[in-house]
Design a protein around this ligand. Structure first.
Ligand code: WT7
Length: 704
């Protein structure tokens, strides 16, 4: 706690206090079969063995040529891993398993409608489909090594097929989350310079058949407006031979994939041997400005990292049935549904729909039916399953050995339900902390060797050495009870290579803050700034507190405030907008929008709805604000910057902090009174925020 005689602590140094949770030990049965059960592994990956320790991960792959340099630091912070090595990611995920596991299930796809049969795709069948689609991309679309192609695909098996087909050719794929709007997709098409878009006519979610193709037309229009022409739109059909989209096909531009594939029947495409450093894919994430960041991931380093972490942290054996219930449109799905599990030759389950459709037992029925033994999801799903079916798991005869939580901090109460009820107390649980930029896990317990602690992700993973710095770059000691900025002291093979087309921004956002010497080529001078607040307990375990910048994490998905605000400003009556997070029991954080109107405009319900509509259209339903408040003015600094932390305090019924330096301090009480009484009148029951939540709200948008 900051005491009166100390100078005021910066936001990152706010003391945090929480009850130290008790350890949970991994079950003996799990330890007996674990991939990493020998504690020597910790020594093999200690700092003295860096960077060569990662040979252990790279050796899980089949290389066409071995690397000569494990880590090249000559152009920091553009690290290069396994330089000189050559490999093909598709060959590693598909071809090499054929000799022994040709007819083993690679993917099991579960459609949302329960009366539709599951589809099992063996490694042999995957090989066929990937080759045929690769031939189509190469021969019909003219795609070549290094070209980019955008996918806007939901959770259908055609998505991994398309990813692997690109990987086979060395074409860089960029999958945009299916739930995102056509406009968001179009922006990403333009940013990546894709001239091919791969989509589908429709998909099921929550019992509804969505017309997805409609978004493609909007995406093409948006990209065109930004100067990027899309030549071809490839449309997979959700139902064999039948198009469910009411949007007309554009002659000469739109093609049904199944019709085109007929011409590539039995085609075989040689996997292109790629340099380890060639980009494998782009994954866009929100930033603090409107321009999205295309995180560029490498082939060799990335694949080695996801294979290694899938083996030791997901404890995947080839004979497991592994189900990661995330969307492939997020990095979790790329790394831990597709590339990691398939590189290890296991069976990976893909589920099309919503986890609680048609009821809260769906997930557990799938686990029982398929004999899933490893399960991976996010706190938002866990909270929802717990709320809708607190004892539902008891009704199903499934048995998990391993469970993962990822995407946002999990409350210890929710963690315990996951472990005790969902996992029936039989499974080990890992809480994996990482980011789109990172390729794979950064913080987690090693499941057989390190005990679990609810609410903490654990220590840094093998070969990753985190540290907490205060604002001045001083180390915040473990066990000090103080929070700070979690950073990683060293590079690791899964780290992204750059932001596509924005190398200066890459350096600025992730490395400039704590770089000790820009001229140095020693990695020790270039800590990676993750942008999360964290506390380290005396045992070395990290508890992540959330983003320190102005990004709102809704159900594990990062939404940039700037993107939300820009969308609101497309409503012409709106003059100013501010997005703030509100603590939400299900989604973790929800968005609330504050908008001020053009002078002389009367506030109406129609304007509020237009703002919601604009956000859904520009960003997607996931970003739908919980409330849109129309205010006369925003609290601002003297330089005219909106003070989001003040508004966030109002929205969360928490402390707004010091407002004396504002240009218009009087507005604060006015807004508070009006918004909070409206909330109470709507039946909102404010609850006392935890210290960590209050600290997050208080520091929201603090970089302004
Ligand atoms: C942000 C990254 C990486 C896959 C999903 C999200 C938060 C992620 C955890 C965790 C606490 C977590 C962080 C991080 N986060 N995992 N286990 N415990 N917080 O990827 O969209 O890039 O978001 O999610 O704040 O910075 P993302």
């Amino acid at each position: 706690m900051t005491t009166a005689h100390e100078s005021p602590a910066s936001e990152a140094e706010i003391s945090v206090h929480w009850r130290e949770e008790d350890y949970y030990q991994p079950p003996a049965k799990f330890i007996a079969q674990a991939n990493a059960a020998d504690p020597d592994i910790l020594g093999r990956f200690d700092e003295g063995h860096f960077p060569d320790c990662f040979k252990e991960y790279a050796d899980l792959l089949s290389w066409d040529a071995y690397w000569h340099t494990t880590l090249d630091t000559s152009n920091p912070p553009f690290w290069r891993w396994f330089v000189g090595g050559r490999l093909n990611a598709c060959y590693n995920c598909v071809d090499r398993h054929l000799a022994t596991d040709r007819n083993k299930a690679a993917l099991i796809w579960v459609p949302e409608p329960e009366d539709e049969p599951t589809r099992t795709i063996t490694y042999q069948e995957l090989y066929r489909q990937v080759n045929e689609f690769a031939a189509l991309l190469r021969d019909f679309c003219g795609l070549r090594t290094g070209d980019r192609v955008t996918f806007h695909l939901p959770m259908v098996p055609e998505l991994p097929v398309a990813m692997l087909a690109c990987a086979r050719l060395g074409v860089i794929h960029s999958e945009v989350f299916g739930g995102f709007s056509g406009a968001a997709c179009g922006e990403r098409i333009a940013d990546s310079g894709s001239r091919i878009l791969v989509t589908t006519d429709g998909y099921y979610r929550n019992g509804q058949l969505f017309d997805h193709k409609a978004k493609a037309d909007e995406a093409v229009r948006t990209a065109d407006g930004l100067g990027q022409q899309v030549d071809k739109v490839l449309v997979w059909r959700r139902h064999a031979g039948r198009c469910t989209s009411r949007t007309p096909m554009v002659d000469g531009r739109d093609f049904f994939v199944d019709e085109l594939l007929a011409e590539h029947h039995r085609a075989v495409v040689e996997p292109v041997s790629m340099p380890a450093e060639a980009p494998l894919f782009l994954m866009y994430t929100s930033g603090t400005t409107a321009r999205p960041k295309g995180c560029q991931h490498s082939t060799g380093g990335y694949l080695a990292y996801v294979a290694g972490t899938s083996k030791y942290y997901q404890d995947i054996h080839p004979e497991d049935t592994y189900w990661c219930c995330a969307d492939i449109g997020w990095i979790t799905g790329h790394s831990y549904i597709v590339y990691g599990p398939l590189a290890l030759g296991t069976t990976s389950v893909i589920y099309e729909g919503a986890p609680t459709y048609p009821d809260a037992g769906r997930v557990w029925r799938i686990a029982e039916r398929l004999g899933v033994n490893i399960f991976h999801t996010a706190p938002t799903t866990i909270r929802m399953l717990r709320k809708l079916g607190p004892r539902e798991p008891d009704r199903y005869d499934y048995h998990l050995k391993h469970m993962t939580t990822v995407g946002e901090p999990i409350e210890p109460e929710v963690w315990r339900w996951y472990h005790d009820v969902a996992g029936k107390g039989e499974a080990v649980v890992v809480d994996t902390w990482w980011q789109t930029e990172n390729g794979g896990f950064l913080g987690s317990t090693l499941p057989a060797l390190q005990p679990m602690k609810p609410g903490s992700c654990g220590p840094g993973v093998l070969g990753v050495y985190p540290v907490i710095y205060d604002e001045n770059g001083n180390i915040v000691e473990a066990g000090s009870g103080k929070a700070g900025n979690i950073c990683i002291r060293n590079p690791w093979p899964g780290i992204f290579q750059t932001i596509w087309g924005q190398p200066e921004r890459f350096v600025q956002i992730y490395y400039a803050k704590y770089c000790r010497n820009p001229a140095s080529t020693d990695w020790r001078d270039w800590p990676y700034f993750a942008g999360d607040g964290a506390v380290q307990a005396a045992d070395g375990y990290f508890r992540i507190l959330g983003r320190v910048d102005d990004v709102i994490n809704v159900a594990g998905h990062r939404l940039g405030t700037k993107e939300l605000e820009s969308a609101s400003l497309t409503v012409h009556e709106v003059s100013e907008a501010a997005a703030v997070p509100v603590i939400d029991e299900i989604r973790g954080r929800a968005v609330e929008m504050y908008v001020a109107l053009q002078p002389g405009t009367a506030p109406t319900e129609a304007i509020r709805q237009a703002v919601t509509g604009a956000i859904e259209r520009e960003i997607g339903k996931i970003a739908r604000p919980k409330n849109v408040w129309i205010v006369d003015d925003m609290p601002k600094t003297r330089s005219g910057k909106i003070m989001r932390r003040v508004i966030a305090g109002i929205s969360n019924f928490s402390d707004v902090g010091d407002v004396s330096t504002l240009a218009n301090p009087e507005i604060v009480d006015e807004i508070r009174h009006r918004i909070q009484s409206a909330k109470l009148a709507h039946g909102e029951v404010p609850r006392q925020l935890t210290r960590e939540e209050a600290a997050e709200i208080r520091s929201f948008g603090r970089n302004e």
